[in-house]
Design a binder for this molecule. Structure first.
Ligand SMILES: Cc1cc2nc3c(=O)[nH]c(=O)nc-3n(C[C@H](O)[C@H](O)[C@H](O)COP(=O)(O)OP(=O)(O)OC[C@H]3O[C@@H](n4cnc5c(N)ncnc54)[C@H](O)[C@@H]3O)c2cc1C
Ligand code: FES
Ligand code: FES
Length: 1294
């Protein structure tokens, strides 16, 4: 089973659990995340894993076949989880609706694909499949007149199908695995005995009767009851909580009882959330609306809660963020408690919620069920929640609100309001509610209520979770929504009744989850191209089917080798300190612990002076590796780490933020600068000048497969075999060589496939490889080092946060005459790639614009945070946000739409960049025009304006962004590649090249190249792995040029071989490939060749500010439209259209996959992904619960991608372009659409339109930027004073 988070938050470990319901006797199937399912809890259940569903060796299941053939896999690490979620859905609903599909996949994260192709595969099972039909119009967008004259080419040349649906085998539910008869027999005759399972440190007791459970609870009052394990599990896994006894009530049918009465509903505490959803939905359909107010509110919340995969139970006793408690509390729910002493009913009131001892559960008590009464006429209940993203995220604030009116009036008879997320437990605003009794439901009451609520629900500035002003704003914004909702209801009951004008009612609607639709357009291959030639065709990822069956082997899937030991890393808990002492004694006593590896054990070099592999006397950041523990098991190694005592002496100054670094003049390298024209003179001649600041937060790679390595020492000649998840095996090899002081030729690095890299596996794997290798050398044992998600996020760093200042001079018509940008990036505590990132940032800052007078400056700050490193786009996505923000600011000042200013300043003709590299922007202009056209931009801009006039609380925004992205490394030596092609005597061909399979489909593309060159079908060709023994001195697979340079090397090798075969073929032109190979062998012709590509000469003279640093540019444009909720800061993505210049795509399915995946990753960077640090520099966001990468529900409702065909790039293989990184920046179109909507709101409210741009545009930022009477109230109503023990805020942002 593959884990990507270990906390139930990513779905990678999903399997299907089937159980027979003891009451209904039905067999129910659940998808569950195994990382939170204790094995003992599965007694009597059948578990189906991806291997059980189908395999390459036996028969593929249609789910597996379709996800692969629809191109729904890239790295494939998430795929088994996706398959299992879909499979379980189909077991329960063989023809699900698209909404059910979306819901089923809601908890499965994928970092590569952008989800669109995964959904496309699932949709092939759905009842109704809209395909590319536009919003139910029944038309395909290709049929629209506006596309006839498209610059994409003639309609007949354009394909919109990336797979052939008709080829799929049908789903046959009768072929599915049956529920095991022995388990059926078990449920017919259930075991009543108490079952006890003893572990090393924990005993699991599962009683068979309720009586036994009560007895056990009395005997072990401190033992928790374990149900879904979604609360206990994460705490036990990552917070070191140990419960020696766990009581499992899984077999107690009394806890699953559901009973309907005339006045309410009782739900057993053991029902899963999915069951609760079904029960509530049933009651809502059976009862009149007035009776189901609470049930409706609960249902609404349940839809946006945690993933379907959680075995969560109905009643969460987790006090802080519980989503259901606030609603149950206002709905006057009662808890039915039982113990050996008897039963007790307690209201789920504010006393209970506050955790008062008198009202709380006694340790020996068990929650048996919850009673939720019906609501009544003149009573209204609502629920609210706002999280960082729409689905699958814990709420920032949630609330339950209920009001009861005196019959026939709008006089408040009873009112209850509770909030979650604003205190240590669910908080009841009891005092405010009491004070409002007897009041009329009107504006005066609203105003008073808001002030009272802010006073009562007070949050100190240092409150855990931070976001204090935002949370306080939500407290009143939610109440305002409730106020409006109730007004609408009263209007139906009391006539006449004054209600607000329509444009204020937009506050009422939530954003419903919508199933994304879209079209992918690409140029079809020439009709004369031989059928067998796969180049230009949407060939499936070579490993697609193996990803889907779970047979694709990742580094950690390699079975345990003989005498293998596990390694875990000990990291610094201080940001900048001297190490005073280390006490290992207790750790070494832990059974199974073998050794501790410190810097002293390194025979060669310990990294560099400024960037040590293992810290020596000093630590520079929290998370710096100090040493490593080697033990027989991973668990033992981690246990030992807890026992290690390190004392530190704090050093100064400690610097975390860019602003602090500037203050302390703390930089990693000299400033990088490019200048053209005369900027000072130009500023004197312009109509206007604007200055502004832009903040762009960092980003975590969040590759699904965390860093991992297996080092196997050999018995002879100090040889080592290293299996490692890396983008740069040669770098791992070199680093291990210098660390161990052995020649490179003794070390072989193997990379079969990597579960996502995105730049994060270029530099870091060498560190882990080297430390593991030291362990292997010292102990003589193979060493496996697998980082868990928390450590990976803590240690490895990510995208550099950026702070940019701009000064721009322009004419009133929007023409920019002078632009001065100064950027600072947060490099962290070591240099890593920070100097290169600064250089790239400066080189790429101009994006698509020709501005005569420019000055770009950049510096990398040295701070006490983990070192930041390469990340897809390498500085471009951060830097160019400054440029584009500056354009938006110019547009606002000129009163022009931003797209006009963009167009006015764009490169138009053959020209030179700021660093004097010549280029032709023709494709840029084509992408821009096509994007405007395909998105019907101008019409939609008008519609957006109309919408905004009609709606006060919801605003729409639209933005179109152009892109000129330079690919490649700015160094000549990086533009080389080699390949090795062997032809065996049976005609089969083994291809090896220097690129690594990261999910980007490089191996598939390489075989397409080899197939065309050798003129044989792809089935004759094979790639096994990337190995430093097969192709030496490889270059990191990065900078979007992996397929370009390795493709040329493969082509070269194949051409050499074909040339050797030519005489044989000439002699026997009708012969078969196998015959030619046989003949060649007979004639002693070498059937092995090395191909080499001596690539582009890249140089940059920073003294002169001139160079030719990049082989070519990728052009593109994206248009996005969003709608924001000004009261909560939430947004929905209505539509995105991307046009990208791929030249002649080698494989349109793969290239579109790269564009979509990068776009969604970029969208995450600019909207949801936020890294939070404690004031002491400890990263809080260390898992999917705290750090939000986009989920399937974040995909734009309409998502269209088109490849612009027919341009030429002679430098690359078959004129295809490298598209790995560029799509990332196009995610900013969503960001600018959000800021466009925010600007519309601010304009209407008469607030300055130029506001500080901050990325990510989180709900918090959006809400606070849409300032209104509620935000004003928050500022007026002061926060309680901060006590001296908490002088600092909860979190800092880099
Ligand atoms: C990925 C993820 C996402 C989540 N998202 C959300 C979300 O969006 N909203 C939200 O509110 N929560 C969320 N949660 C939290 C989770 O849903 C709750 O913690 C859940 O309700 C706990 O139920 P459980 O059955 O898993 O509890 P367990 O972990 O099994 O037990 C939790 C505690 O409850 C006690 N307990 C359990 N049953 C009884 C009983 N019958 N009588 C007495 N004590 C009992 C146990 O002793 C234990 O202390 C999420 C959790 C995860 C892992
Ligand atoms: S959900 Fe289990 S590993 Fe993430
Ligand atoms: S394919 Fe989904 S994470 Fe890589």
């Amino acid at each position: 089973m593959r884990y990507a988070c270990g906390r139930g938050g990513c779905g990678a470990c999903t399997v299907m659990v089937s159980k027979r319901d003891p009451t209904s006797q039905e067999i129910r199937h659940f998808s569950v995340t195994t990382c939170l399912v204790p094995i003992c809890s599965l007694y009597g259940a059948a578990v189906t894993t991806v291997e059980g569903v189908g395999s390459m060796k036996t028969r593929l299941h249609p789910v597996q076949e379709r996800i692969a053939k629809s191109h729904g896999t890239q790295c494939g690490f998430c795929t088994p989880g996706m398959v299992m979620s879909m499979y379980t859905l189909l077991r329960n609903h063989p023809q699900p609706s698209e909404e059910q599909l979306l819901e089923a996949l809601g908890g499965n994260l994928c970092r590569c694909t952008g989800y669109r192709p995964i959904l496309a595969s699932g949709k092939t099972f759905c009842l109704e499949s809209n395909g590319c039909q536009q919003k139910g119009t029944g038309k395909c967008c290709l049929d629209l007149g506006e596309n006839d004259s498209s610059s994409l080419g003639r309609k007949s040349d354009i394909c919109t199908e990336l797979f052939v649906k008709e080829e799929f085998q049908p789903l046959d539910p009768t072929q599915e695995l049956i529920f095991p008869p022995e388990l059926l027999r078990m449920t017919e005759n259930p075991e009543k005995r108490t079952l006890t399972f003893h572990g090393e440190r924990v005993t699991w007791i599962s009683p068979g009767t309720f009586k036994d459970l009560l007895e056990l609870k009395a005997k072990h009052p401190e033992a928790p009851l374990i149900l879904g394990n979604t609360s206990l599990g994460p705490a036990m896994r990552s917070k070191g909580c140990l419960h020696p006894i766990l009581l499992s009530p899984a077999r107690i049918s009394e806890l699953n009882v559901v009973s309907k009465t005339n006045d309410g509903l009782t739900i057993g505490a053991g029902c899963s959330l999915a069951q609760v959803k079904d029960i509530l939905a049933e009651r809502v359909s059976e009862l009149p609306e007035e009776k189901t107010q609470t049930y409706r509110a609960l249902l609404k919340h349940l839809k946006s809660l945690a993933s379907q995969d959680l075995m969560t139970k109905a009643i969460t006793l987790s006090p802080y963020y519980s989503d259901l408690n606030p609603i149950l509390a206002v709905g006057n729910a009662t808890l039915n408690l039982t113990s050996e002493e008897g039963t007790r009913r307690i209201p789920l009131s504010e006393h209970f919620l506050a955790g008062l001892a008198s009202a709380d559960l006694k340790p020996e008590e068990i929650l048996e069920s919850v009673y939720i009464p019906h609501s009544q006429k003149w009573e209204f209940v609502s629920a609210f929640r706002q999280a960082q993203c729409q689905q699958n995220a814990l709420p920032d604030v949630n609330a339950g609100m209920r009001v009861l009116f005196k019959e026939g009036t709008d006089i408040i008879e009873d009112l209850s309001i509770t909030y979650g997320g604003v205190g240590a437990a669910t908080v009841s605003a009891h005092k405010s509610c009491q004070q409002l009794l007897g009041r009329q439901w009107d504006e005066l009451m609203l105003d008073e209520a808001c002030r009272r609520l802010l006073d009562e629900v007070s949050l100190p500035g240092w409150a855990p979770g931070g976001r204090v002003e935002f949370k306080r704003t939500l407290v009143v914004s939610f109440f305002f929504k409730f106020y409006l909702q109730v007004l609408q209801e009263l209007k139906k009951l009391i006539k006449p009744f004054p209600v607000p004008v329509n444009r204020f009612l937009s506050a009422l609607e939530d954003f419903p989850g919508t199933v994304p639709q879209g079209v992918q357009r690409y140029q079809s291959v020439d009709s004369h191209q031989p059928l067998q030639d796969p180049v230009g065709r949407p060939v499936m990822h070579l490993s697609g089917l193996k990803h889907a069956t779970g047979e694709a082997e990742f580094c950690d899937d390699i079975p345990m080798v003989d005498k293998e030991l596990c390694m875990a890393l000990v990291t610094s808990t201080r940001a900048y300190a001297k190490i005073i002492s280390i006490d290992l004694s207790e750790a070494l006593e832990i059974p199974g612990v073998v050794d501790v590896i410190t810097a002293k054990d390194i025979p060669g070099t310990n990294g560099t002076e400024d960037d040590k592999l293992l810290a020596v006397d000093e630590v520079l950041c929290v998370g710096q590796i100090i040493f490593a523990v080697v033990a027989e098991t991973d668990v033992q190694a981690k246990r030992a780490i807890e026992k290690i005592k390190i004392t530190y002496e704090e050093l100064e100054p400690i610097i975390f933020t860019i602003k602090d670094a500037i203050k302390h003049n703390s930089f990693l390298c000299p400033e990088k600068k490019l200048e053209q024209g005369n900027i000072e003179e130009a500023f004197e001649k312009v109509d206007q000048i604007v200055e502004g600041e832009v903040h762009v937060g960092g980003q975590e790679h969040f590759y699904m497969e965390t860093q991992r390595v297996l080092v196997i020492p050999k018995t002879e000649d100090k040889e080592l075999d290293i299996y490692v998840s890396t983008q740069d095996p040669a770098h791992v090899q070199k680093t291990v060589s210098s660390t161990l002081n052995i020649p490179i030729n003794r070390i072989t690095c193997h990379v079969k496939r990597v579960g996502g890299g995105f730049g994060g596996k270029i530099g870091r794997p060498a560190v882990f490889g080297a430390i593991a290798a030291v362990g292997a050398l010292k102990t003589g044992h193979p060493i496996r080092l697998v980082l868990d998600r928390e450590d990976d996020m803590l240690i490895t760093g990510g995208r550099h946060p950026l702070f940019g200042k701009y000064k721009v001079g322009f004419m009133n018509n929007g023409r920019i005459k002078a632009l001065d940008i100064e950027c600072f990036i947060n490099g962290g505590c070591t240099l890593d790639d920070s100097e290169l990132v600064t250089e790239f940032l400066i080189l790429k800052l101009e994006n698509a614009y020709k501005i005569r007078n420019l000055r770009f400056r950049g510096r990398a700050c040295l701070t006490n945070l983990p070192s930041n490193t390469a990340f897809r786009g390498f500085g471009f996505p951060q830097g160019t946000l400054v440029t584009e923000s500056c354009i938006t600011a110019v547009a606002a000042k000129c009163g022009l739409p931003p797209e006009k200013v963009r167009e006015k300043n764009m490169y138009r003709t053959v020209d030179k960049t700021i660093y004097k590299q010549a280029f032709n922007p023709e494709s840029l202009i084509r992408c821009w025009n096509e994007c405007l056209d395909a998105s019907s931009f101008h019409n939609r801009r008008k519609q957006v304006e109309e919408f905004n006039k009609k709606n006060y609380w919801k605003k729409r925004g639209i933005a179109v962004i152009p892109m000129k992205f330079s690919v490649g490394f700015a160094a000549t030596s990086y533009h080389q590649a080699a390949a090795l092609v062997h032809i065996y005597t049976d005609g089969s061909v083994l291809v090896t090249h220097g690129g690594n399979e990261l999910g980007q489909g490089i191996h598939t593309k390489m075989l397409q190249v080899a197939s065309r060159e050798l003129k044989i079908p792809m089935s004759h060709l094979h790639i096994c792995e990337t190995s430093t023994a097969m192709v030496p001195n490889t270059i990191a697979t990065a900078a979007s040029v992996g397929a370009d340079i390795n493709g040329k090397a493969v082509q070269n090798a194949c051409q050499i071989l074909l040339k050797r075969l030519e005489p044989i073929i000439k002699k026997n032109p009708e012969g078969t490939w196998e015959e030619w190979i046989e003949a060649a062998f007979e004639q002693r012709i070498s059937l092995s060749a090395t191909g080499y590509f001596r690539g582009y000469k890249a140089f940059m003279d920073w003294e002169k500010g001139e160079g030719d640093p990049f082989p070519y540019y990728v052009y593109g444009a994206a248009c996005s439209e969003v709608e924001i909720d000004c009261l909560t800061g939430a947004h929905k993505k209505i539509r995105t259209d991307i046009v990208m210049d791929a030249c002649c795509s080698l494989n349109p399915a793969i290239d579109i996959g790269q564009i979509e995946g990068a776009f969604i990753q970029g969208m995450g960077l600019y909207t949801t992904e936020e890294l939070k640090y404690s004031p002491e520099g400890v990263l809080y966001s260390r898992g999917p619960d705290e750090y939000k990468i986009p989920t399937i529900s974040d995909v734009p409702e309409e998502f269209n991608v088109s490849l612009l065909p027919s341009s030429q790039t002679p430098l690359t293989i078959y004129s295809s372009k490298g598209l790995g990184e560029s799509g990332m920046f196009l995610g900013s179109s969503v960001f600018f659409a959000i800021t466009d909507a925010v600007a519309a709101a601010r304009k209407e409210r008469d607030i300055a339109e130029d506001f500080t741009v901050k990325s990510p545009a989180t709900p918090e930022w959006v809400r606070m930027a849409c300032a209104d009477r509620f935000t004003e109230m928050v500022y007026i109503c002061p926060l309680p004073l901060e006590p001296p023990s908490h002088p600092t805020p909860w979190a800092i942002f880099k």
